[in-house]
Design a protein around this ligand. Structure first.
Ligand code: ATP
Ligand code: MG
Length: 256
């Protein structure tokens, strides 16, 4: 049975997609069977995995509206050695079109149920909003991974996300829990980064992942080649960190 994780933070540009794509590739390197779900109309995870979002025959949009199943819409990322349920701008329409549908917040969960046996991990890259799309991700998941930059405003907005997760847990999905906060784009030369990082550890204890993802230009360059950073330059510090994070996640699911 697959373990399903949302990579979520309603703040924009905090490293959700970079984390989703590189964790997927890191887990694949550890021989895990992975499906990466792109739940963002920006389609960044799709492109970052090397799939052209402009040429999709079907996508997550059709899955959410019940016009395709996941098996019919998924594509293979050869570069990352994982499967992708891709997205493009069309998905923005689903937000509105789903409102009138039955079980509107459980459409993704229902779709993923049919491919559960095919994977060890299903990773969902959420959009930067606490929207109906993100709600679909949270209803489908066993846990949430929250990427955070160690900066002054990092904690602002975190309580909104935590409250949303609590509400979903109470009303819609009792499986859901916060797996952890992932420190990303970390710059050890900055005193402030160290301070915020220490504060996170003090406040959240073992809810903070041990692995820290450094700021690394190779991770930022990789998407323009349509290759996950982990595959693009496996020896880079960023790639090594995401592989270590993959190993940490493999350990975590053993105790779930
Ligand atoms: P959005 O909210 O728009 O979906 P996001 O949270 O998915 O954004 P990303 O797209 O992953 O964030 O990252 C934002 C930018 O930061 C991108 O240009 C990405 O390449 C860069 N970036 C992410 N992580 C790192 C890192 N560890 N080192 C250097 N650059 C990074
Ligand atoms: Mg993104």
């Amino acid at each position: 049975m697959a373990k399903i994780f949302c990579v979520a933070n309603q703040k924009g540009g905090v490293g959700k997609t970079t984390t989703s794509v590189n964790l997927a590739a890191g887990l694949a390197k550890l021989d895990q069977r992975v499906l990466l779900v792109d739940l963002d109309p920006q389609g960044n995870a799709t492109m970052g995995a090397g799939i052209n979002k402009a040429e999709l025959e079907s996508s997550i949009y059709q899955v959410l509206l019940g016009e395709s199943d996941v098996a019919g819409a998924r594509v293979r990322s050869e570069a990352g050695r994982f499967d992708v349920l891709p997205a493009n701008r069309e998905l923005a329409g689903a937000e509105v079109e789903m409102v009138s549908l039955e079980n509107r917040e459980r459409r993704l969960k229902d779709g993923l149920a049919a491919v559960d046996a095919d994977y060890d991990f299903i990773l969902v890259d959420c959009p930067p909003a606490l929207s109906l799309l993100t709600l679909n991700g949270l209803c489908a998941a066993h846990g949430v991974i929250i990427p955070m930059q160690c900066e002054y405003y990092a904690l602002e907005g975190l309580s909104d996300l935590v409250n949303t997760i609590k509400k979903v847990h109470a009303n819609l999905n009792t499986d859901l829990k916060i797996i952890g906060l992932l420190r990303v784009m970390f710059d050890p030369r900055m005193t402030l980064s160290q301070q915020v990082s220490n504060q996170l550890e003090q406040h959240f204890g073992d809810k903070v992942f041990k692995t820290i993802i450094p700021r690394n230009v190779r991770l930022a360059e990789a998407p323009s080649y349509g290759i996950p950073g982990v595959t693009f330059d496996p020896s880079s510090k960023g790639a090594q960190a995401y592989i270590a994070f993959g190993a940490e996640m493999v350990q975590r699911i053993k105790t779930m």
